[in-house]
Ligand binder design. Structure first.
Ligand SMILES: O=C(O)CCC(=O)C(=O)O
Ligand SMILES: [Fe+2]
Length: 248
């Protein structure tokens, strides 16, 4: 199986000058759609929100969101989640539980700027109506989110997830979930030494999520794919990410 890697390389800037400003003072907004096959799709908008506007949101969220770093359970082991988090949702929805953790649901009314971002997301994605939001804050390059899919039952089989990023650029990876058939085929007739994980070559895509960008995962992207934001030694500053979701 061939390894397919797409990489959207984008400059990372130390300071807060707008790296994408066109010479005429305008900005370049492009929407790129990636067909992942079998009904999974990713859409990326590098300049979803304005540069200054996005720094204003960053400052607000960094200061006013009641961030916590909860204990979670992964593969039966308890550990502190390697990033700060908060959860906002409409009233009356079923509780969200992930990795054995049930976050307290805050009201949108407590954070008016979140409603403005939600409105902008709804405008950009006709037909969408998100009712919950998971916020993550990565305080530096050793904060991360490991490989996972947002495949909790409350989101249904084909959730649309809209992800808005502020602050430090970080790499976002997507890799196809290995299927049982594929695993069986791969190791058929191979001596055990050759069945090591090193021989698994999976399809993987990489996106650099810019300040003010929007990334949308839809279709079967949670059923068939995993995503992560890996540790990065060079990412020194804080990144805030918002993922808007619809609880059914
Ligand atoms: O920070 C990101 O870009 C992704 C966060 C994420 O995958 C999640 O909260 O489920
Ligand atoms: Fe996720």
């Amino acid at each position: 199986m061939a390894k397919v890697t797409s990489h959207l390389k984008l400059r990372s800037e130390e300071n807060r000058r707008d790296p994408e400003e066109a010479p005429d003072g305008g900005s370049r907004t492009t929407t790129t759609t990636f067909d992942l096959g079998n009904g999974s799709e990713v859409v990326y908008v590098g300049r979803f929100l304005g540069y200054e506007e996005s720094w204003n949101y960053f400052e607000y969220l960094n200061k006013h969101i009641p961030w916590t770093r909860p204990s979670i359970r992964v593969f039966g082991r308890s550990s502190v989640q390697p990033r700060d988090t908060c959860y906002v949702a409409n009233e009356g929805l079923p509780d969200l539980v992930y990795s054995g953790y049930q976050p307290q649901a805050y009201s949108w009314d407590e954070f008016p700027p979140l409603k403005d971002i939600l409105d902008a997301v709804h405008k950009a994605l006709p037909g969408s109506s998100f009712n919950s939001l998971l916020l993550n804050r990565y305080k530096g390059g050793s904060d991360y989110v490991s490989w996972h899919a947002d495949d909790e039952k409350v989101y249904g089989p084909t959730p649309e997830i809209a992800s808005v990023s502020f602050g430090c650029e970080r790499e976002f990876l997507l890799k196809r979930k290995p299927t049982k058939n594929f695993e069986a085929k791969r190791s058929e007739g191979e001596p055990p030494s050759k069945r090591s994980k090193q021989n698994i070559v999976t399809e993987q895509h990489s996106f650099t999520l810019k300040h003010g960008s929007l990334l949308v995962m839809r279709g079967y992207s949670q059923r068939d794919w995993l995503h992560s934001v890996p540790k990065r030694a060079k990412a020194e500053s804080t990144r805030i990410n918002l993922t808007f979701r619809l609880i059914l």
